[in-house]
Design a protein around this ligand. Structure first.
Ligand code: NAP
Ligand code: MG
Length: 455
């Protein structure tokens, strides 16, 4: 590894660490170690592999304050969020630790013999994650991959590698064998791309932008390499006139501004039924004022800074002179990449801020007339990741969720991610699902075996 890069804190712009920047030769070395570790890892008895994953989970639990502290500094996540994220890694490891002992095949009735299927591990799995939720998104890939008997090479985003590096140390302390779980730091264009191109990497889990996802799929196509993709979103929060407006307004800032809006599931399109639009905007204003932006280490703060100066400039570019702001919260000034929670004046569904994923604390508001109108607006555009719907009418809720082109929906809540249930997007928001009971299968190949028994 020749070069290195500095890891900068978005909270105060200090240099936190200097990490290696892997070039293709370094990627080749890491993949070679994973490849060498694979036969041993897949051969470990299922109960023993399960116990190693539980030991990894326990070690993450014991280390969670340190992991959370690293994420507060490296990513600007609030301490409450960062603790939840470390806990989520533990929970996802626990959940998939049940996998090795339940990796069942089938026995299929056929004439002339016995037919059985095996779920074989793929080999080396590359997990490429974005900077917005470094810990959980990595775990959604590496936990099921390891449980199914694969070795993992994790490539964190260049901006946020520190918790991934710590997780590799924790895995090692927990007894995960050498080469089974490795972290590779470096840029996407160099290290990420070399991982996707490597012939000894059998599968890629990619989470990031739709643009880069499209590129990764193109590269993988050359080797007919399976790719799970979790990509962008532009998600609606639909409030019907019959809803509990107070509850909908109280929760809307969290749904749009949590993690400073740097969330693929952020409900950044607020759709309000026309007769209650004014009332809803009145109820929303104090809720936005209460959503405090500030030092993420302070437990009373709701959101921290954006990830980088470049990203902040990109978010700000959506708020030109043509865009009217309804109200905004407060944000610190001085060092750090701060941006206040911002609600735009209700407008039409043509503005750039309505159509594109901003990935910052900015919410667009549009009024709608009826169910058909709400669905049409929510389904507009290339994305289909998540969304929420507020109504007291159960029939309406079911009609709406069935018509909505989205992978992950919630009614009278903003839940998107629960490790027990499948998560992922339709249209250009992704390919495949993570988490939930079926995720393990995406890290295996089905092998069919027929044994002749004679007539
Ligand atoms: P990004 O630019 O697409 O990067 C994602 C990851 O891919 C990073 O590790 C990046 O490395 C790497 N990468 C970049 N170019 C690559 C290439 N040519 N080959 C292989 N890897 C490459 O996304 P981001 O800006 O980090 O994250 C924001 C995006 O992620 C948003 O669009 C958001 O919606 C999406 N996201 C989706 C989900 C979901 O579950 N659906 C969850 C979170 C985020 P470097 O950063 O080191 O260059
Ligand atoms: Mg990027």
């Amino acid at each position: 590894m020749s070069a290195t890069h500095d890891v900068i804190s978005p909270v105060d712009e200090t240099v936190l660490a200097t990490v290696p920047r892997a070039d293709p030769a370094a990627v080749d070395e890491v993949v070679g170690r994973a490849r060498a570790a694979f036969p041993g890892w897949r051969a470990i008895a299922p109960g023993e592999r399960a116990e190693l994953l539980r030991a990894f989970a326990r070690a993450v639990h014991d280390d969670r304050e340190r992991l959370a502290g690293i994420e507060v500094r490296n990513s600007g996540h609030t301490i409450a969020n960062a603790r939840w994220e470390a806990g989520n890694v533990r929970d996802v490891l626990h959940y998939f630790s049940a996998g090795p002992e339940r990796l069942l095949g089938a026995q299929i009735p056929v004439p002339g013999g016995v037919d059985i299927t095996f779920r074989e591990p793929i080999g080396v799995v590359g997990v490429i994650v974005p900077w917005n939720f470094p810990m959980p998104i990595a775990a959604w890939g590496f936990a099921p991959a390891l449980a199914a008997g694969n070795c993992v090479v994790l490539k964190p985003a260049e901006l946020t590698p520190l918790t991934a590096l710590r997780l590799a140390e924790v895995a090692h302390l927990a007894g995960i064998p050498e080469g089974v779980f490795q972290v590779l730091t470096g840029s996407g264009a160099e290290a990420g791309e070399a991982l996707v191109r490597h012939v000894d990497v059998g599968k890629i889990v990619f989470t990031g932008s739709t643009e880069v996802g499209r590129h990764v799929l193109g590269l993988a196509a050359h080797q007919i390499k399976p790719v799970t993709c979790e990509l962008g979103g532009k998600n609606a929060n639909i409030v019907f006139a019959d809803a509990d407006l107070a509850a909908a307004a109280a929760s809307a800032p969290g749904a749009a501004f949590d993690n400073a809006g740097q969330d693929c599931c952020a409900r950044s399109r607020l759709l309000v039924q026309r007769p209650v639009l004014d009332r809803f905007m009145e109820l929303l204003e104090p809720a936005v004022a209460a959503f405090r932006c500030g030092d993420p280490a302070d437990p009373s703060v709701s959101m921290g800074p954006l990830i980088s100066a470049a990203h902040r400039a990109g978010v700000a570019s959506y708020l030109d002179d043509t865009v009217a702001v309804a109200y905004r919260g407060e944000a610190p000034d001085g060092p750090g990449f701060w941006f206040p929670p911002t609600v735009l004046e209700p407008g039409g569904p043509t503005a750039r801020h309505w159509r594109e994923e901003i990935f910052g604390p900015v919410v667009s508001v549009v009024a709608f007339d009826d169910e058909a109108d709400a669905l049409r607006l929510a389904n507009e555009g290339p994305y289909g990741l998540s969304g929420s719907l507020w109504t007291r009418d159960l029939g309406r809720a079911f009609r709406m969720v069935r018509g909505w082109d989205s992978g992950t929906l919630s009614v009278n809540s903003h839940s998107s991610v629960r490790y027990w249930t499948p998560f992922g997007g339709v249209k250009q928001s992704g390919l495949g699902r993570e988490l939930g009971p079926d995720a393990l299968e995406a890290f295996t190949e089905v092998k069919n075996v027929f044994i002749a028994t004679g007539e």
